[in-house]
Design a protein around this ligand. Sequence first.
Ligand code: 13P
Ligand code: SF4
Length: 304
Amino acid sequence: MLGSVQAEIMRLKKEKDICILAHSYQGYDIVEVADFTGDSYQLSVEASKVSQKTIIMCGVRFMAETVKILSPEKKVILANPVAGCPMAEQMDREMITKVKEEYPDYTVVAYINTSAELKTVCDVCVTSSSAVDIVNKIDNKNILFIPDCNLGAYVAGKVEGKNIKLLDGGCPIHAAVTAQDVVNAKKRYPRALVLAHPECTPEVLERADFIGSTSQILDYVNSSDHDEFLIGTEVGVVEHLQYTNPTKKVLPLSRKLVCPDMRVTTLNDVLNSVKGTGGEEIILPEDIIRDAAKSIEQMIRLGS
Ligand code: 13P
Ligand code: SF4
């Protein structure tokens, strides 16, 4: 049953023609009031189809920027303005413009966890669920993959005939999990399957039973006959799976897998955003929207 804050959000979003999008790392109370929940790729595709004039993004800043780039005529609100992504802040347009001078014949593939401004100098975006497929479809064999070197290394191991140049970036939350953490968790729960996000290090991934994006991990547990899992991605995913699979044991692979930026958005932030008293409207210069859209649209074209 919905609580009173949730009921008020549902009433107001209907009255004001608002769509709420939530990343799968968000708390279950937020997921319950969202019109759509998914991983970064699913959210981007969904954002381009939304009919409502206002979209509230419960996730982090680059996700709200992606929505704005795909729907510039819409009002896009980031439910909690503090929610950033440390990985998206590691590299900027100036830095990558300089790197491109050293690698002029490389196609620049940007993980979607990048700023709108940086996307303007990239050729194509990818998400964790679409990266292997999209890199495979790129004609050029030379690929500069930014910013996540763990996802990039994972992609490099899955594609053939590509020369992939990586830079030193990545998600500090996933990268903090060690091979020893996996060994310790498996000692406690020897029957559990380890499911890991490709933002984890190669040492962790080689000990995993399954590697996939947020939604691929959710699908794996939902459709598996197995009943014990250690989840190697943000704990929000663990919470969802515990709700939807009450008979299965679903635990975090490590207590380090808590992303403060993903956890900072509260149900009250969503209420205030729907009321028009909270959140931050995403405003981007027209030229940034125009140039960044090319790499995101290319991702949707190649990914479908
Ligand atoms: P996906 O949604 O692509 O699985 O990525 C996870 C993530 O880190 C989002 O910030
Ligand atoms: Fe960024 Fe990592 Fe948090 Fe995702 S989990 S928002 S990549 S810091």
